[in-house]
Design a protein around this ligand. Structure first.
Ligand SMILES: O=C(O)CCC(=O)C(=O)O
Ligand SMILES: [Fe+2]
Length: 340
């Protein structure tokens, strides 16, 4: 079992950065982003654009949303796995989540936010700007910025909101099983209740101390360019036990490398561990490859030293495999599905 340490994630200040602006600090912040993603696969971002009172409103609204009767919550269905209401899993009984399907760029995310916040809450639009800044910096760091426009146009957003009940005991209980995200970039925003833990490359669970202003930015398995897969993963798993369609591994040592022309990004395992009585609410903005777009490594990133690792694949089709019983048990689902 990995022992938990309190190690701080790198903190990166984006308050002076705009997607379309004159950014004297761009190069400096970009190199911090690259370094953090190589080492941890995630970082804490200070972005400054989402005022504290809006964040408070978000968690108040989530409290009310999850307080609805179960019959009402399960009306939020989706054909895609993990996009509608998720909850009542025996292995993670504290966890519930609701997603907004196909949150195509801003509009549908806003339709969700309009339901929750009829008077407007621009938070998620701001978070999609942060997502795009990070992806632009990543592509530039890899020297493949010529794919930027295509890359941006080949993705959707999914907004998912989560509740983890407090276990109401003195024990620590699993809130969400260890996993890597399967999308491109995840931005997490949460209330003050601790619980998120990230596995470092040397196998230590690191707890995240939430701060009222910051977000966690995390790399998913399929950071991709248009027709471009930038991902290399080499898993070594030890001791994987699981049940009921959910990865249930408290210690899941892996190497998940992305070896690119000029760097390696890491998509980290993470989980939620709950203590005490208070509920933890979080919201995640997930950028995901659109269905129907074939993901294929760019020729610039394939050479003798870095041979092609994955056959071109459609991410939505991949998810259909990932969410089967076999896929859920597979520590290197992407390799099984489309490895060369
Ligand atoms: O609640 C959190 O902070 C983490 C959620 C998460 O890891 C996920 O939804 O993929
Ligand atoms: Fe996650």
């Amino acid at each position: 079992m990995g022992s938990e340490v309190t190690l701080k994630l790198p903190v990166i200040d984006f308050t002076s950065i705009e997607l379309k602006g004159n950014n004297p600090n761009w190069e400096e912040v970009k190199s911090q982003v690259h370094k953090a993603l190589v080492e941890y696969g995630c970082f804490e971002a200070n972005f400054g654009k989402v005022p504290l009172d809006l964040r408070k409103d978000i968690f108040g609204a989530l409290h009310d949303l999850f307080d609805l009767p179960l019959q009402t919550k399960i009306l939020n269905v989706s054909k895609k796995p993990y996009h509608g209401y998720v909850g009542q899993y025996p292995m993670v009984p504290l966890f519930e989540s609701m997603g907004i399907d196909d949150a195509a760029i801003y509009d549908k995310v806003e339709s969700m936010t309009n339901i929750l916040w009829p008077n407007g809450n621009p938070s998620f639009r701001h978070l999609s700007e942060l997502d795009q800044i990070v992806r632009k910096m990543v592509l530039e760091s890899l020297g493949v910025e010529k794919y930027l426009e295509e890359h941006m146009n080949s993705t959707n957003y999914l907004l998912r909101v989560m509740k983890y009940k407090g276990p109401q005991t003195s024990d620590t209980k699993l809130g969400l099983s260890a996993h890597t995200d399967k999308n491109i970039v995840t931005i997490l925003c949460q209330n003050q209740v601790e619980g998120l833990e990230v596995l470092t490359k040397d196998g230590k669970w690191t707890s995240y101390k939430p701060s009222p202003e910051s977000f966690v930015v995390m790399i998913g398995d399929s950071l991709h360019c248009p027709s471009v897969l930038l991902k290399r993963e080499l898993f070594q798993s030890r001791e994987i036990s699981r049940s009921a369609n959910v990865i249930y591994s408290n210690y899941y040592l892996h190497e998940c490398l992305q070896a690119w022309s000029n760097g390696r990004l890491h998509s980290p395992f993470h989980r939620v561990m709950m203590r005490g009585n208070e509920a933890r609410y979080s919201a995640g903005l997930f950028s995901i490859p659109k269905g129907g777009v074939m993901i294929k490594a760019p020729e610039e990133l394939v050479d003798e030293e870095h041979p092609l690792l994955f056959k071109p694949f459609d991410h939505v089709e991949f998810l259909k495999y990932y969410y089967t019983e076999k896929g859920q048990k597979d520590p290197s689902a992407m390799r099984t599905y489309c490895g060369v």
